[in-house]
Write a new protein. Structure first.
Length: 461
């Protein structure tokens, strides 16, 4: 059943304004919480607070998950302490942990105090794991059965205990001590004879995560095994939680966003672009801009070093932007491709030699293409102007050879720098396109004027 977002939201707003709680409940009753939550999340905070006072707990928790961090905090302030406590207790453990993790410590402690003793212990246990770890993301809402049960017993157990679980696509088989024995797709239960033992459905093929695993590793495991959920086990192999695919979709989006922002020459924003404070955004961007500016100052230093050559052959200065921009563009291309391939696990660090060989070949081909275009450009222009003088063929050869060298160098730098940073334990995305371009600008000038000295010595130089 489809819903028109704007119309539906307007109707809900009108019912809230009229304080018609009965009609509001009838309006929301036919809809699944997951369907209307994104629509209702765009209501003003005041209306959301009013809605939460009259809506059922499942809908309130679903809507809360779609709110921006700032809106979540404002909403909780608008609720009474009892209402805020009820909402926080209803949230799935993984969503609640993510919310508490974004709060200042004193505010997080206040929120923890509102939880029931059982939910508080769960929240504290999850928050004890390192940031960005699997432990912070996992939920305890899973279904586990015993291998000696029949399929009938297992299905009865699922019907009784599975209503509020995170997912029922996968059912876990554990022993009396909680040790994980297997994960079983629920369709195997549905298609098996009711008197079949659960143990006969087990094949022993399952993948697990550790609570201390980084979320990027979890993302790779999800891609590899194509599961909707993965179990999390402790060092003894005991099942302590699960991580679901919806959380991994959020992680994939966050990681991609972070990498793109870093590739643009900025620190990753810790809030959405539209809600982050201007001062914070400037702070995130200013650092890299200063570093890049200082790096570009080395370009002036390199130009000063070759001042005599430029004075004797002013025509060389005409091609400086062409040369260094081509090298920077080639380096940015290579860096972007290699960083993304690393993120997707398309190759490993030990494959660096294979990457280098590919980039040497690519750099030679791309450099030859640009070099040929640069050479022809000088030769053709020389037919209509005396700007390049009688030695225009040597100037053309200098431009062509320099483009070949600079593009090859830029490609190698852009491809190898992310691998070096990864090897040293840094985020490869730090080798952003502007950073690589700045580095290649400086070295490109050295290549250009070195080639010029070699080819033009005795003529223009």
């Amino acid at each position: 059943m489809a819903v028109q977002a704007g119309t539906f939201r307007a109707e809900v707003s009108a019912l809230l304004a009229n304080r018609d709680t009965a009609a509001l409940k009838r309006k929301l009753a036919p809809w699944l919480a997951a369907d209307v939550a994104p629509i209702l999340a765009e209501l003003p905070v005041g209306e959301l607070a009013q809605l939460f006072r009259s809506a059922d707990k499942e809908l309130a928790a679903a809507v809360f998950a779609y709110l921006e961090p700032g809106a979540k905090r404002r909403l909780l302030k608008a609720l009474t302490q009892a209402q805020a406590a009820e909402l926080l207790n209803e949230l799935p453990p993984d969503d609640r942990t993510a919310f508490l993790n974004d709060l200042p410590l004193d505010v997080a402690m206040q929120m923890l105090s509102l939880l029931s003793p059982e939910e508080r212990k769960i929240a504290q246990d999850l928050l004890a794991y390192p940031p960005h770890s699997v432990g912070r993301m996992m939920t305890l809402d899973y279904v586990a059965v015993r291998p000696d049960w029949t399929v009938r017993q297992a299905l009865d157990y699922i019907r009784e205990h599975g209503f509020d679980r995170e997912t029922l696509n996968i059912v876990y088989a554990t022993d009396e001590a909680g040790l994980l024995l297997d994960d079983i797709r629920v369709r195997r239960f549905l298609l098996s004879d009711p008197e079949t033992k659960v143990g006969s459905l087990m094949d022993g093929n399952y993948a697990t995560l550790a609570p201390t695993d980084d979320r990027e590793k979890a993302l790779q495991v999800f891609r590899q095994y194509d599961r909707v959920a993965l179990p999390v086990t402790n060092a003894d192999g005991r099942l302590i939680g699960i991580v679901t695919a919806d959380d991994m979709l959020d992680v994939a989006a966050e990681e991609a966003t972070e990498d793109i922002q870093k590739l643009g020459g900025s620190e990753a924003l810790d809030e959405p672009y539209t809600t982050i404070a201007l001062g914070r955004m400037v702070q995130k961007r200013a650092g890299w801009l200063v570093v890049l500016f200082l790096g570009e100052m080395l370009t002036a230093t390199a130009m000063a070093y070759f001042e005599d050559e430029i004075a004797r052959a002013v025509v060389l200065a005409l091609f400086v932007p062409l040369i260094i921009s081509s090298g920077g563009n080639a380096g940015s291309q290579a860096a972007s491709l290699v960083i993304r391939a690393l993120a997707l696990g398309e190759f490993r660090l030990r494959d660096w030699w294979r990457v280098m060989r590919r980039e040497v070949a690519a750099g030679l081909i791309l450099g030859s293409i640009l070099g040929a275009i640069g050479f022809l450009r000088v030769v053709l222009w020389a037919q209509f102007t005396d700007l390049y003088g009688e030695h225009y063929l040597l100037v053309a050869a200098t431009v062509g050879a320099s483009l070949l060298g600079v593009v090859l160098w830029g490609t190698l730098t852009g491809s190898m720098l992310p691998l070096l940073l990864k090897r040293l334990g840094f985020d490869p995305a730090v080798s952003s396109a502007p950073f690589v371009a700045t580095l290649v600008d400086v070295t490109g000038l050295v290549i250009y004027f070195t080639v010029a000295l070699y080819l033009l010595e005795g003529t223009l130089l």
